[in-house]
Design a binder for this molecule. Structure first.
Ligand code: FAD
Ligand code: DLZ
Ligand code: SF4
Length: 511
């Protein structure tokens, strides 16, 4: 009898993965590979590649310690890196004389398509199992979404609360409300103190990966070091517990705030760990719920955090699979502008963007409001090409995989899917950023000035956006008030908006 190969991808590092659940150390071989195509299909941030390779190597070592044979291909093992998952598997089938392959369905469309071709290509049995690390299966999401005119996260989330039982009491939501978002919009106050994050010593395995990334991917975006992120299951669990104890209590209240120099604030910084499988989404929610039941965190914090995971994260995945493969081509607003060069350097006089992009370069991380209301908002108002914006977001964040990046960019930030799940575009002027951050005080532009060279660009770009997209957006009831205001604007004011926007765009287009 031939061997069974069980292939584990870089974002499937869960011991309880469906493909590994019945694995047998006596007869099975685990296949893992650092492959060139995955590391270069976009020019991922150096820290993102380092994190994935380091986590993969530690995971493989754990399986070996359990007695498994792991056929692990390092990118730097040979002069010629192995090109693709298919090549890695073909070599492993031949090496081990395998007659069966077991995998868990890939999180991304393009990789699932590869998996589905393997049975014909290799002429052996290939079992593609469901990824039950997600709480809602594709069938669950379809059951909920079928027949609905509009997909709204809030209603999906309530079903998920009922299905999981999280924060439920006597059949209803704990605290009498499904959603405590209204308590989660406090602006930053002076003297807010953020807890110091745990630091990790870089061990030999991770050091080798850092050297490899410096050597092979030195030209990619972002800073490689310092590198201080969990890469093992143990470290990830420690980080989760640290978050629940030290940051979760204030997570809700300051969830939408932005503060200079505080890259992580009270955010969990767990997305990359959850996305690669070092943490299970359920255990994250259960820890948060327990902290609330123990009286250690307020309900708005626990509910806000759990909503992000069983609500937004699961919903976004459902939207992705329901709309692929064409979703990435969406461009409802016909946006075509190229990304300004400073998206890669952070060198702009707009302080909010400078802060968010510089932190992104340093950490491969920015928190949600920076992604949505600073970088996303700018991309929307400036009419940046959705394909280029998608690629940028896929490159720069350590948690970025197409299934989660694409709907967040296309649907949430850019409204490029014509409101598939957002009831209106997340467009705002400088006033929102000023209210929610301390950025504007140190900006070259004046947030209270609406027009002219000193004015905050978000102010005139906002109105210019409404003018340019009137045909698509004016019929949206939730935009009615803004179009009412625009309609009452004097011709001179409208002209000033158009002139300022044209000057601004000339600046970035010609730079
Ligand atoms: P927290 O603020 O602590 O939230 C807790 C958890 O909730 C996160 O770890 C994450 O697992 C989940 N979550 C929260 N919001 C979302 C969301 N909108 N979609 C999916 N999960 C969510 N998230 C990614 O994981 N990968 C991406 O590539 C990604 N790209 C984004 C692009 C844009 C334009 C926007 C607006 C958001 C994007 N997000 C993405 C969602 C969100 O910004 C990040 O999950 C979050 O900032 C990660 O930081 P955190 O772990 O500290 O999150
Ligand atoms: C993102 C990524 C990178 C950079 N490199 C690898 C790799 O070399 N080997 C691997 O197994 N996975 C990698 N990944 C993650 C995959 O791209 C991810 O598993 C697929 O996109 C499916 O979601
Ligand atoms: Fe950003 Fe405008 Fe504030 Fe400057 S003034 S930080 S550009 S919102």
């Amino acid at each position: 009898m031939g061997k069974t190969l069980r292939m584990v991808l870089g974002d499937q590092l869960s011991r309880d993965l469906s493909a590994l659940r019945d694995a047998d150390p006596e007869h099975d071989v685990i296949v893992m590979a650092e492959v060139w195509d995955e590391a270069t299909y976009v020019q991922h941030h150096k820290k993102k590649i380092a994190f994935i390779f380091a986590a993969m190597r530690h995971f493989a070592a754990g399986l070996e310690a359990e007695g498994f044979t792991v056929d692990y291909r390092r990118l730097d093992a040979d002069d010629d890196a192995i090109a693709s998952f298919t090549d890695a598997l073909r070599a492993a089938v031949e090496r081990h004389g395998a007659d069966r392959i077991v995998v868990t369905e890939a999180a991304e469309w393009r990789v699932l398509a590869m998996q589905q071709g393997w049975a014909d290509l290799f002429g052996i049995q290939v079992d593609v199992r469901l990824d039950d690390r997600f709480i809602a299966s594709h069938a669950d999401f379809a059951r909920w979404a079928d027949g609905r005119k509009a997909l709204r996260m809030e209603y999906f989330y309530r079903e998920m609360r009922k299905a999981t039982g999280y924060l439920m009491e006597d059949g209803g939501p704990a605290g009498g409300q499904w959603n405590f978002d209204a308590d989660n919009r406090a602006p930053p106050k002076d003297g807010l103190d953020f807890p110091d994050r745990p630091d990790w010593t870089v061990d030999e395995t991770t050091r080798e990966v850092l050297d490899l990334v410096a050597d092979r991917f030195g030209g990619h975006f972002g800073d490689l070091e310092p590198f201080a992120y969990p890469v093992t299951r143990r470290q990830a669990l420690y980080y989760l517990n640290w978050f629940v104890e030290h940051a979760l209590p204030d997570f809700g209240t300051f969830q939408d705030a932005m503060v200079t120099g505080a890259a992580l604030m009270f955010h969990s910084h767990l997305s990359a760990l959850i996305n690669v499988g070092l943490l299970d989404p359920r255990e994250c929610c259960e820890r948060a719920e327990k902290a609330w039941r123990d009286g250690a965190v307020p309900i708005n914090a626990a509910e806000g955090f759990i909503r992000q995971i069983i609500g937004w994260r699961e919903f976004i995945r459902g939207v992705y699979w329901r709309n692929m493969p064409d979703y990435g081509d969406s461009n409802a607003l016909g946006a075509t502008r190229d990304l300004p060069d400073w998206f890669w350097s952070g060198e702009t006089h707009m302080n909010c963007l400078r802060q968010a992009i510089t932190e992104t370069k340093e950490n491969a991380y920015a928190h949600h409001i920076q992604r949505l209301m600073v970088i996303g908002n700018f991309s929307l108002l400036a009419g940046l090409d959705p394909k280029q914006v998608q690629e940028w977001f896929l490159i720069v964040y350590h948690d970025a995989y197409e299934w989660v990046e694409m709907p967040n960019v296309v649907g949430m930030a850019l409204y490029a899917d014509d409101g598939l799940f957002a009831s209106k575009p997340y467009a705002s002027s400088g006033a929102y950023i000023d209210k929610m951050s301390d950025y504007c005080g140190s900006c070259r532009y004046r947030v209270k000035v609406k027009n002219g060279p000193k004015a905050c660009p978000f102010n005139y770009l906002y109105w210019n956006f409404l003018i340019e997209n009137r045909e698509t957006l004016a019929g949206n009831r939730r935009m009615g008030m803004m179009y009412g205001t625009l309609d009452r604007m004097s011709d001179d004011k409208v002209e000033a908006v158009r002139t300022d926007a044209a000057r601004f765009f000339k600046g970035i287009d010609e730079a």
